[in-house]
Every structure is written in C-alpha cells, then in structure tokens.
Ligand binder design. Structure first.
Ligand code: G6P
Length: 598
C-alpha cells in the first residue's frame, strides 16, 4: 500500500531513491515519482506504471542532489496517472510531500484551501497535505508540518522536503515509518527493505511522532514539540534475503524457502520435551480465544481455530478483522485476542487489536518491530524472513506452524499430556515439504494444461477446508482465474450447479475418516463432466485413480499438519499457471502486499 523513501546525506540521491523504490515496489506499483532538492530548487519527475518506467524517464535528465523523497503508489483516491502520483507540491513548488495512508477529511480541507486561493490540481487526498503545510509555513518546516497535521483526519506516513531547508521531516499516524541511521546520511522509509543495504540501524517511529532528519543528525519529537527518547534497533535481515537468489520470481523463491522458514519458526521453541514460548498467559483463565486477520492470514486463523480447539479444548472463534472492528464484538476481560499478520501493518487487523482494550492480545507477526508487534501484549514472531511476493506463501505455512506451537503450549500449560507423535512429525515436516518441491516439474506440467481454464472450484474438508480457500485465493490473486474454495460437502448446496465440462475442481483428499465422503463428492463432479485435480496422500487408491484427471501425490502426515503439506502443490500450481500465462507473478494487478488503508 504505497511505499515511501527519503534520503539526506552526501551521496547522489537519485540512485538511492530508485533502488529503494524497487525494494518497496511490492507495496504498490501503479505509478511512481521522485523529488530532489537540486541547486536550491525542487525537481520532480513522476510516471505512470512501474518503477522501471520512472527510471527510464530519468535517463538524460539533470536531476542531481543529495536530498530527496520518492514514492511508489497503490491508488486509493484518483486514478493512476502522472498528476495523481506523488510527490505532490504546494502552489509555489517549494514544498513536496509523499504520503502513505488516507486523508479522510480531504474534501472539507480542499474547500477551505481553495477558498484561501490554493490551486489543487490532482484528484488525490494526499495533495491537500502539501497545501496545508504551505499555509502554515513560516521559515520552519517542522513547525508547519506539526500545525498542518492537526487538521488531518485519517492515516498517514508522510515525508516532506522544502526548497529552503536542508532537512527531511517525517511524521506518522497509522501508517508505518522507520528511519535509518547511516554515517553522515539518514533515511526514512515505509519499511526496512528499502534501506537495508545502507544501514541496519533503525528507529521505528510511533504514531504521532515527528522526525527531523539532517545529514548528520535526527530528532524525534511528539506533536507538542517535546523530544522523545527513541530506541535504535538493529535489523536482523540480510541483503540476500530480500533478493531473488536466482529464482525467476520472489514468489517461487519464497515457496522454496518454506522448509527452512518453518524450521526458523520452530527453532528453540521445542526443547526438552517442552514447548517454549514467551507467552505468559494462564490458559485456565482464558474464557474464549478470538482470532482476527485478513487475507491469507485469515485462512491461517481458520486452521488455528481447528488446531486450538482440538489440541487445547479452548473455544476459539475467527473473524475477518475488517468485520470485527465494526460490529461491536463481545469481548470479555478474560478473552484472548490473537491478531495474525505477516506485515504487522494491515490497517484492519491493527484496528481490531485497538478495540480489544479490555482483554489480552497476542500477535503472530512476521515483520519485527511492525506496529501490531509493538502494540500487542504478547507476540510470536514467525522468523520467516522477508516476504516480498505479493501473494503470501511462506508466511502462511509459518503462521500455521506458530499456531500449532501455540495450541501445544496451551495444552501444556493446562497440565495435559502432549502428543509427542505430533511434535516429532512437526520436526520432520520440512523434509516432507522438500520432497514435494522436488516434484515441482510434474506440477508444472499439470499446470500447463490449466492455464486457459476460466473457473476453478477448490474443495477440502475439516482442517483442509481453509487450505482449499487458500488454494483458490492464490490462483485468483496471481493468475486472474476465477476460483472459489468450499467445504467439499457444501458443494451440493450450490456450487454443484456450476459444474460442467469447463469446470476444473481441485480436491484435497487425505486418508482418514472422511476419505470416502470426499471420494463421493469427486464422483458427483465426474458425473457432471467436471475435470478433477486431486491432491492426495493416497495416489494409488483405485477410485482416486479412476476419478482424477490429474493426481498430485503428497507425503502422508498427521491431520493437524496436513495443511502444511497440502498447500505446497496448490501454491506451485498457481505460480506455474500464472507464469505460463506470462503474468507478473510478484506484482499482480490491483493488489498490494501490505494494506495499510481500510
Ligand atoms: C494483502 C496481501 C495478502 C495478505 C493480506 C493480509 O491482501 O496481498 O497476501 O494475506 O494483505 O496481510 P497481513 O500482512 O496482515 O498478513
């Protein structure tokens, strides 16, 4: 959801900003722009499309300087075009801003500013901010920004430069912002990936904090102008973790990283026959667990409900964060709210934990230092490493792994006996995942038959129903093929009407008590002419062989861990279908990795 980067130092700023934008491109990629303080004048260049278009446009242009800001956009207000791209400028081209978030009262502010004589040229909410700062500017940019944001309702991560001051001002409310501290150079960015190759020393800015950066110094203040003591933290990620390492796409690299990333989620957390999590909650006192999340993380949450209820016996419900926050949910003091989020910045998930003021909150988050991670009472980091592909893959399997650990932890703290068969199988799961990845060629071959399909149904049951949802989501996200996930037994209540010879149906069928029932559903599809792709640990079963057009065999595991296995071929299938269609897998249209607006 929009990426912002700013630099002040001694180096030529344009390459640093373009490089940073490329790292942030997963946050938004419909247009981009740059503004540099060049010979005491602000020089701005904007371009519709991806960063590469902006980069090409810069060739031969005399935009040089050592202070600048840049933005990659995911449009919320106003179509993606050059006028609506950031940076936005004031009337006199003396102040430039980049913004991530939504200015909710922009209509009323626009009227006031226009009545004051300001000329607002774009259709965005963000441009208002440049004019508001202009209105209050009196030779002190920091003061003008503080005054301006008092009038703003909504969310923002903002960076501002001005023609007459050698500094960058940055401020946030509700949208992520970090500053990077280098040697005689400072950075501001939406996230660490954009600055990692220059410095690992960062400060995570909190809501309602304003930062002034000069090339040798920084200060962080609250909006009353008082200095705030901010902790400098060290980023643990390495540069090679945010690069493609020879893979064609980040998504493919991240699919292949899953065995390792699950090991990282588990590392040190299963010791001496115990589950070790720093979650100091007495499960005997928990009334009910509420899990809230969005997108793929919501699918993990559904699996989490299944796991927690089965393993610990504690009642668990799951809510989309966007629904939870607006429906006056009943939250008791002794409930536990779990927020699952890869980025730790999803606006709806963040809002959900903020309304759960009367109960304890636990975050299952990947990005260290993200807002959700900082606002919850307890946390389980995934340690999955940076996930850059917009379609989430390794975060999903690490979230499920973390939820298994948490469910086991609850059981242990309730004084109940742990299932060591399950724990040993969890330790072995990485090897089984790798054995599926070793057969990626076969999945690619099957996918080549699917790329022209128009409609897919994904069917699974029990703990694998959310896997069916996730498989369908992956396919529609990156290949733009319509796909729906359903519990297999629900098929007869509607989706069966859609089945004809043009429908592809993906079944997840594991041995176990409902095996026969799912096979019956397969028969119903076959009888209506549908084509069946079966993900199964029983590839030699006669009925499976007879009913399936394609079979993808997966290793057998216990039911609780089966989502970790079954999702891998579904991720690969989506990837190969999208790639065969020649689509931009890592940057699917209209989507963004981190949705920091409602
Ligand atoms: C966006 C991403 C999804 C992600 C969802 C929730 O829609 O494209 O991949 O699952 O946000 O993100 P979170 O960071 O909260 O897990």
């Amino acid at each position: 959801m929009c990426g912002i980067i700013g630099y002040i130092g001694n180096k030529e700023v344009v390459p640093i900003l373009i490089n940073g934008l490329k790292r942030l491109e997963y946050r938004g990629y419909d247009s981009a722009g740059i503004c540099v303080l060049c010979k005491n004048k602000l020089q701005t260049l904007k371009k519709k499309g991806q960063i590469i278009e902006l980069e090409n446009e810069l060739i031969g242009k005399e935009i040089v300087g050592t202070i600048g800001i840049a933005h990659t956009r995911w449009a919320t207000h106003g179509e993606p075009n050059e006028i609506n791209s950031h940076p936005h400028l004031d009337c006199k081209n003396k102040i430039a801003i980049i913004h991530n978030g939504i200015i909710e009262n922009h209509f009323s502010l626009k009227k006031i500013l226009e009545a004051d004589g300001h000329k607002i040229i774009s259709n965005t909410d963000s441009e208002i901010v440049a004019h508001l700062i202009e209105k209050f500017y009196n030779e002190n940019l920091e003061e003008a920004v503080i005054k301006a944001i008092k009038y703003i309702e909504g969310t923002f991560g903002l960076a501002v430069i001005c023609e007459t001051e050698e500094k960058i001002i940055a401020v946030r409310r509700g949208s992520p912002l970090i500053i990077g501290i280098g040697d005689n150079e400072m950075f501001v960015s939406s996230d660490a990936s954009a600055i990692l190759e220059y410095t690992k020393k960062v400060i995570y800015i909190n809501d309602n904090e304003i930062v002034t950066l000069t090339k040798n110094n920084y200060n962080v203040k609250n909006l009353d102008g008082n200095l705030v003591n901010s902790e400098v933290q060290e980023i643990k990620w390495n540069l090679n973790e945010i690069e493609k390492a020879g893979f064609k796409h980040f998504m493919l690299k991240e699919i292949y990283e899953q065995a390792k990333s699950i090991e990282n989620t588990l590392r040190g957390r299963i010791r001496e026959n115990k589950i070790k999590l720093s979650v100091d909650i007495d499960p005997k006192l928990i009334n009910k667990i509420i899990i809230t999340a969005c997108g793929t993380s919501w699918h993990s949450a559904l699996i989490g409900k299944y796991l927690i209820e089965k393993i610990s016996g504690i009642e668990t419900c799951v809510d989309y964060a966007s629904e939870f926050r607006y429906r006056n949910p009943i939250i008791k003091n002794n409930d536990l709210l779990i927020a699952i989020s890869q980025s730790g910045e999803t606006a709806d998930t963040l809002a959900a934990i903020r309304i759960a003021k009367n109960c304890k909150t636990l975050g299952i988050v990947n990005v260290v230092g993200s807002t959700i991670a900082r606002e919850v009472d307890f946390g389980i980091y995934l340690h999955a490493g940076p996930e850059i592909g917009v379609a989430s893959t390794k975060a999903f399997t690490c979230q499920v792994s973390a939820l298994i650990l948490f469910a086991l932890h609850l059981r242990q703290e309730l004084g109940l006996e742990l299932d060591f068969g399950l724990i040993n199988e969890l330790i072995l799961i990485s090897g089984k995942i790798n054995s599926i990845l070793d057969k990626a060629d076969k999945i690619q071959e099957i996918s080549s038959h699917l790329k022209d399909a128009q409609n897919f149904l994904y069917l699974g049951r029990g703990i694998n129903f959310p896997v069916a949802l996730e498989g369908a989501l992956k396919l529609k996200e990156i290949s733009y093929i319509h796909a729906e996930g359903y519990p297999a037994a629900e098929m007869k209540h509607g989706p069966i009407a859609l089945i004809d010879e043009n429908m592809f149906v993906v079944f997840i069928v594991n041995r176990g008590e409902i095996f026969e029932k799912v096979v019956s559903n397969m028969q119903e599809v076959k009888a209506r002419g549908g084509s069946i792709i079966t993900i199964t640990d029983c590839p030699d079963d006669e009925m499976i062989k007879k009913l399936s057009n394609f079979i993808i065999s997966v290793p057998n595991t216990c039911e609780e861990l089966s989502p970790l296995i079954n999702v891998i071929p579904l991720q690969l299938m989506s990837y190969f279908v999208a790639d065969a269609k020649g689509l931009n897998v890592d940057k699917p249209r209209n989507l963004a990795k981190s949705v920091t607006v409602e």
